[in-house]
Design a protein around this ligand. Structure first.
Ligand code: MN
Length: 325
């Protein structure tokens, strides 16, 4: 999906100043954000309390929404730079089209991984004849300096590896977890996994002590150590853990996100990630001018001239801030 905010704030992200040197349990409430005209999502990253988790820089959780009588998700072509979008559905279907020629309908359990690199445009829609419920997560991963200008690409992985143990079925979206490795291409050390806990589960999962982690509940409720976690919040776990104990009284779906703390400082505004305000302004100008020429982003088939214009740029200069380690 997309940041459709018409007055998006610029965010300065990255750097290690925010990363604790050991385990913490910070429960970070998300905020409700209206996307388009009818879709309300829970934005869990960035929040007031946290900017990034590893290279993960954006987390929206949406649904389950009953879209039987409505259009569902209808996001017209819009651009991205310097990031990957990770689309993950628990229910429903999404039609993805992009400017590298992808045209794909995907559903639960499938990984739709779009690498914007130097620039891409895409649209996301609930297709005609879609299922009644739509439920999923939209996640962004920031690309490191060495790879942020790679050619745009799209990967679809209809099945993903995972593992099961007593009370737990894990599916690996990105990176490695519990010995299973996602086929999705990652550019920094990170991981993302869907954890399906059965009712009454009491499990211990393996973590990398060098990674920072966060957990969110897609459905159900879990206890992490003794902290309850329900939909609408993210639990930041810090670093330095080798295991984590999870308990669930009812069947519960969690998303676990982790990675090496992202040390580069970046600027994120609207659907762009860059390294300076000037660069971001340039992306926005190029997107708005591209209907008259230019080829950073490209066209999405099937939309004619319909596209999401860039919001007005904030008046303040955008500069990345923070300590360099
Ligand atoms: Mn998007």
């Amino acid at each position: 999906m997309s940041n459709t905010d018409r007055r998006p704030a610029a965010r300065e992200l990255g750097g290690r100043a925010q990363t604790p040197g050991g385990p913490v349990l910070d429960l970070l409430p998300g905020k409700q954000v209206l996307l388009g005209e009818s879709t309300v999502v829970r934005r869990l990253l960035p929040t007031l309390g946290r900017r990034m988790v590893g290279a993960w820089a954006f987390v929206d959780h949406y649904g389950p929404d009953d879209i039987a009588t409505g259009p569902g998700m209808q996001v017209p072509p819009h651009p991205h730079t310097g990031l990957q979008t990770v689309s993950w559905l628990l229910e429903g279907e999404v039609q993805h089209r992009d400017s590298v020629g992808s045209d794909l309908r995907f559903g639960p359990g499938e990984l739709a991984l779009m690498t914007a690199g130097q620039g891409i445009a895409h649209s996301e829609q609930s297709p005609a004849g879609h299922p009644r419920y739509l439920h999923g997560a939209q996640l962004w991963v920031v690309l490191p300096e060495a790879d942020r200008s790679v050619p745009a690409a799209f990967e679809h992985h209809p099945t993903l590896p995972g593992f099961t143990s007593d009370g737990l079925a894990a599916t690996v979206l990105m990176g490695s977890f519990g010995g299973a490795e996602s086929p999705g291409r990652a550019y920094t050390p990170l991981m993302g996994a869907d954890l399906h806990l059965t009712a009454g589960a009491d499990v211990e999962i393996p973590l990398e002590p060098d990674f920072e982690y966060a957990l969110l509940t897609s459905s159900g409720a879990a206890r992490v150590d003794d902290t309850p976690l329900t939909p609408g919040a993210m639990l930041y776990l810090g670093t330095g853990r080798r295991t984590l104990r999870l308990r669930a009284a009812e069947a519960t779906r969690l998303l676990l996100l982790g990675g090496e703390p992202f040390e580069e400082r970046i600027v994120m505004w609207w659907n762009f990630v860059g390294r300076s305000g000037e660069e971001i302004s340039g992306f926005a100008e190029q997107w708005d001018a591209e209907s008259r020429g230019g080829d950073r982003f490209g066209a999405v088939a099937g939309w004619d001239d319909v596209r999401m214009p860039a919001p007005p740029l904030p008046s303040m200069p955008l500069k990345p801030r923070g300590r360099v380690r």
